[in-house]
Every structure is written in structure tokens, then in C-alpha cells.
Design a protein. Structure first.
Length: 212
């Protein structure tokens, strides 16, 4: 088991990182603007699931290979960037659609699609991989053994914190959307803004260099 003081130190480091708006937060906000609060919360869960896969990969040693390989890192980066740009374009193209369903609870199909979108974004976020590879091992007590298990425990702490903070962003952005939803024209503009945020986010990820 990971010593309590290491868990606390890692939790503080993770909170400071997650509090800084990054790709996951901006994507969650844009999803709330385009689809609403409930969909944004589903997106948060999907994103966290994608990060969970990253954590398992890091614990198994695969994350280090991606972070250290220029080719692998570039592929992951471009896949994530292209997917976010695609979602942004779709949001802008369909910003006038669904005016008669604003505020309606998403159907099972819509919910599953939003979950998958969040999962892909979380899974292909290269910055999270680099953070986990660089920071996670520093809080592992190697003398206690079972290093992969300790990484999984710390990873679970990271995911729990991310779920809480990202959910607050989703709820806040969703509340703002409720006001915009009172006017179709405001709603159109808000969806356009959400799509534009996704476009900008995708481009910034694509052109960003590898953090060292």
C-alpha cells in the first residue's frame, strides 16, 4: 500500500494540475455549451475512463514508451487533435439544430455517443500521459514493492480528483447555457462558440511541441 503521506502529496500535486484549465476542461466546457449540463457530465465520465486506460498503460510500462517515442507521441497527439477538430466542426455545422429539444434529457444513443467522445479525448490526451509518466513514479515507495499496484492506487486518486473538478466545470458551464437557451439566437451563438473552442483546442494540441 502507498504510504499516506505520499498519497496526500500526490493528491495535492494532481489538484494543482487539474485546477489549471487544460484540454480536458476546455473540452468539457465546450461540450456543455453545445450539448448541455447532463451531456457534459457524461463527457467527464468518458474522459476519466480514457485517463484510466492511460494509467493502466503507465503502470504496465507502456506509457513511458509513448512519452519517450517521438513517433508514438506524435501519432497520439494528432489523433486526439484531429478528433477534437472534427467534433468542433460538427458543433458549428449543426449549431441551429435541435432548438425544440433544448433541455431534454439525452437519449441512450446520444449519451453513449457523448461518452465515447469523452473517452477518445481522454485516451489520446498526450499531456496527461507525459504528466503521469513524469510524476507518478516519484510518489511510489519502491522499497515496499508492488510498484504497478501503487501506481494504480495513485492513479485512482488522480481520477477521483479529476472527476470532482471537471464535474464542477461542467455544472458551471451548463448553468450558463441554461440562460442562453432562453433565446434561440443566443443558443446558436453559444453552440458556435463551443465549436470554435474545440477547433482552437484541437489546433493548439496539434501544433504544440513535446513537453520535456
Amino acid at each position: 500500500m502507498v504510504p499516506a503521506h505520499d498519497v496526500l502529496a500526490f493528491a495535492i500535486a494532481s489538484t494543482l494540475l487539474i485546477l489549471i484549465p487544460g484540454p480536458s476542461v476546455l473540452f468539457t466546457i465546450s461540450r456543455a455549451m453545445v450539448l448541455g449540463r447532463r451531456a457534459a457530465l457524461v463527457n467527464v465520465v468518458g474522459n476519466a475512463t480514457g485517463v484510466a486506460v492511460q494509467i493502466v498503460a503507465v503502470a504496465a510500462g507502456l506509457g513511458a514508451l509513448v512519452a519517450q517515442s517521438v513517433a508514438a507521441y506524435t501519432v497520439v497527439k494528432w489523433v486526439g487533435a484531429a478528433y477534437i477538430v472534427y467534433l468542433g466542426i460538427q458543433a458549428i455545422r449543426h449549431r441551429r439544430a435541435g432548438d425544440d429539444t433544448v433541455g431534454v434529457v439525452p437519449t441512450v444513443t446520444r449519451t453513449s455517443r457523448v461518452y465515447r467522445e469523452g473517452f477518445v479525448v481522454g485516451l489520446t490526451n498526450p499531456k496527461t500521459i507525459v504528466f503521469l509518466v513524469a510524476v507518478l513514479p516519484q510518489f511510489v515507495a519502491r522499497e515496499l514493492g508492488a510498484v504497478p499496484v501503487q501506481m494504480l492506487v495513485l492513479g485512482a486518486v488522480f481520477i477521483a480528483i479529476a472527476l470532482c473538478i471537471d464535474s464542477l466545470w461542467a455544472l458551471g458551464a451548463g448553468a450558463a447555457r441554461d440562460w442562453f437557451a432562453r433565446s434561440p439566437s443566443r443558443m446558436h451563438r453559444l453552440r458556435g462558440i463551443g465549436g470554435t473552442i474545440m477547433l482552437g483546442l484541437g489546433v493548439s494540441i496539434a501544433v504544440g511541441g513535446r513537453p520535456d
